[in-house]
Design a protein around this ligand. Structure first.
Ligand code: HGY
Ligand code: MN
Ligand code: MN
Length: 410
């Protein structure tokens, strides 16, 4: 069997690098809090840059802060790229995003050790602000790379803490000299934890991801009027909290009634938020997901009609803003087949599936052929400090990544 077929990554070394990266923004319970463009996120990026330099990679940092490490190929051809993100949600785990970036670096280190040269250059990227939980939109770094969002527009985004992306980029020295999107990319493969229960339930090691659900984030600002909680009769109230509560209920109904639909109210702020005062304002977000674009739009339509209707009855004004609108994607079939063949050849159990979570790969699918490799999440838990994926599963995922990349690099 040719050398490269026998190649396997170094699992213990990958685990050590995951533990090292988890030090940045470490929080109680074994989790990580690295909101995009913050200090911990930048320290994590600096750590990744040091690892890239140690592997002899050429470093490119673009003006939104995406970090690329490039390993030369025999010919100067478009890059076979892998990677993911290093930012996390506030209740993040040690694996979401990190597995894809460090898994990619482990693949390059394995090739360096084996002295394997490839025809195409190989690259690893850490995209900024994949999560979008602090600054919308999510997948900001890959959207800027694709040209859907200008750096200027991204820098103007105001976060949930009132700061701007541009202010954080400047304060934490995030920006680099490269122009976003200038790197020619042949294909993109992202290794990621599943973040749901499917692989564990079906006892499979590898998820061969065929596509990713679409995402819509809608923010609502509901404005009524404060009143005395005891003295004001119900029929005379303009209660923003009541409309917000009805919306939360309706989101659950949408999830149960519309095929393949998920609707989640993850953030809700009431004002004045006092026990004996009818709320005059409610700010809430609804996260809509569906793999079918038509159903996703229909769900958005139904939600907006419902909110306008119940708010009208209550005499509450509605302000609505679409903060994120990323289409569902199906990955390039030849890329998906390559992932499946690698899993099969390596002898891992696998299954084809759709990703419930959003990923940079669904944006990169608009730039070049893309695919994803999943490994199981224990209990399906993610965006939670207890997030966990077993070392042997992460090692398997990185081996599938290695052999999928080699398939396209030569
Ligand atoms: O929201 C998502 O699906 C991703 O974690 N940003
Ligand atoms: Mn992720
Ligand atoms: Mn995430």
């Amino acid at each position: 069997m040719p050398t490269s077929k026998r190649l396997r990554i170094n699992g213990p070394r990958l685990q050590r690098n995951l533990e090292d990266l988890a030090r940045f923004g470490a929080i109680a319970g074994g989790g990580v809090c690295r909101p995009a463009f913050g200090r911990a996120d930048k320290e994590a990026r600096d750590f990744l840059e040091d690892r890239m330099r140690a592997l002899g990679l050429a470093i490119h940092i673009d003006s939104i802060g995406n970090l690329f490490g490039i390993r030369n190929g025999r010919e100067s051809k478009p890059v076979v790229l892998c990677g993911s993100h290093a930012d996390t949600v506030g209740t993040g785990g040690r694996f979401d995003g990190s597995v894809g970036v460090l898994g990619g670096l482990e693949v390059l280190e394995t090739l360096n050790e084996a002295g394997v040269a490839t025809r195409h250059p190989l690259g690893v990227v850490s995209f900024v602000n994949e999560e979008g939980a602090r600054f919308t939109p999510d997948m900001m770094g890959s959207l800027v790379f694709r040209g859907d969002l200008s750096v200027e527009a991204a820098r103007r985004m105001v976060g949930i803490d009132g700061t701007t992306v541009g202010g954080n980029i400047d304060e934490n020295c995030y920006a680099g000299p490269s122009t976003p999107g200038e790197l020619p990319v042949r294909c993109y493969v992202e290794l990621h934890i599943e973040q749901g229960p499917v692989l564990e339930r079906d006892n499979r090691t590898i998820g061969v991801v065929e596509g990713v659900q679409g995402i819509k984030w809608i923010s609502f600002t509901l404005r009524g009027a404060t009143a005395h909680a005891g003295a004001m009769p119900i029929h005379l109230r303009h209660d923003a909290a009541y409309v917000a509560g009805a919306t939360i209920q309706y989101a659950r109904q949408l999830s149960l009634q519309v095929d393949g639909q998920r609707a989640t109210v993850g953030s809700l702020v009431l004002s004045p938020n006092l026990v004996n005062v009818v709320a005059e304002e409610a700010r809430l977000t609804v996260d809509l997901r569906n793999a079918d674009p038509g159903r996703l739009s229909a769900a958005e339509e139904r939600l907006s009609l419902f909110v306008n209707d119940i708010a009208g009855t209550e005499g509450v004004r509605v302000e609505r803003e679409v903060r994120v609108d990323v289409a569902p994607v199906m990955f390039d079939p030849s890329m998906v087949d390559a992932v499946e063949n690698a899993a099969k050849t390596l002898g891992y159990s696998y299954m084809r599936m759709i990703s419930g979570a959003g990923h940079d790969a669904q944006v990169m699918a608009g730039v070049c052929p893309a695919a994803m490799i999943f490994v199981p999440s224990r209990g399906g838990i993610s965006h939670n400090v207890a997030e966990y994926s077993a070392p042997e599963h992460i090692e398997a995922g990185a081996n599938v990544l290695l052999h999928t990349l080699l398939r396209f690099a030569d």
